[in-house]
Design a binder for this molecule. Sequence first.
Ligand code: UT7
Length: 352
Amino acid sequence: MSQYSAVTGWGMCVPERVLTNADLEKMVETTDEWITSRTGIKQRHIATPGETASTLAISAARQALERAGIEGTDLGLIIVATVCADYPFPSTANLVQHALGAQCGAFDLQAACSGFLYGLSTAHQFIATGSIQHALIIGVEVLSRIIDYEDRGTCVLFGDGAGAVVLSASAEPGGLLGFTLGSDGAKPELLWLPVGGSAEPITEEVLRQRRQYVRMQGNEVFKFATRIMGTAMEEALDKAGMTTAEMDLFIPHQANLRIIEVASKRLNLPPEKVFVNIENYGNTSAAAIPIALCEAVEQGRVFPGAHIGMVAFGAGLTWAAAVVKWTAVTVAPSDHATDAQHEAVSATHAGS
Ligand code: UT7
């Protein structure tokens, strides 16, 4: 049996603590002017010690479940896309499953910044085949734990946060209409964390050389991103049987405003069809698209029947694009996870 899969719930959670460009000026040799003009970023949210991938994910997930009007026990699958899991194992998805009281399969998925769209299209398969009714897909990162705050080439770019959606079976035509996934592992060193895996453990020597952090060849990634964003989006639109002009809202990965501008121009999209929030969050990797989707809904930029195009690229290299026809009834704006909620989640997790 083939069914449609609709987004029925959405939620987000970012740490309260903010790191501004002015703060970074005191930490590395950089300026607000450089960061703003080269990236579009003004600030990013940074986790405090009690905040982890799972605590942020659980807060975002609870909002998404509430909006979908379902309980954790209704879920048939949980996917967490992250490169910042609480632990190498077990998965962060396991921790989320327990906190939500869900009784279903749960796993982490690793496709770097493309992870959320990889998760969305994976969950869609389970729904389209009739295996499950509801899936929870979360993109979450606590990149501040693996960023070198002495490396100005990376530390100005990244932030922490989580975004979640509930994808539900629906008889109404719509939901995920088309997607494309891509991978090219020829040059992992373009953006990677080279140690701490089975290739090289973390040793005192590694720590002395400060190699326990993310390393990136920014220029090369920039060129790849500007090449792939437009192509991938067009491929997903093609699979959905749509043209670029039929897209009502474009939600690109929030990595660099200049990359977004190149992609939008290539797709011939006017600024009012392009969603940008990079100035407030920086690049939150797998969390960027679900956070942006959540804000787009809250800002009334998503309406029933709207066609939303989403595209991401990231370490691997990986890329992914998806087209979603919005069928959910939009709700009045509500606050993001409050401090109290978030503290409660941290406490639950700490005690579990
Ligand atoms: O999710 C995927 C994650 N990664 C990305 O999306 C990264 C894509 N790449 C980029 O966004 C850009 O390449 C960066 C923002 C990382 C760098 O911007 P750029 O315009 O490509 O700068 P650049 O690397 O060519 O460096 C230009 C200059 C260099 O100085 P010199 O050699 O010309 O003297 C850098 O050392 O800017 C210098 N620079 C900085 N200056 C002030 C690099 N980072 C900084 C900084 N502040 N933070």
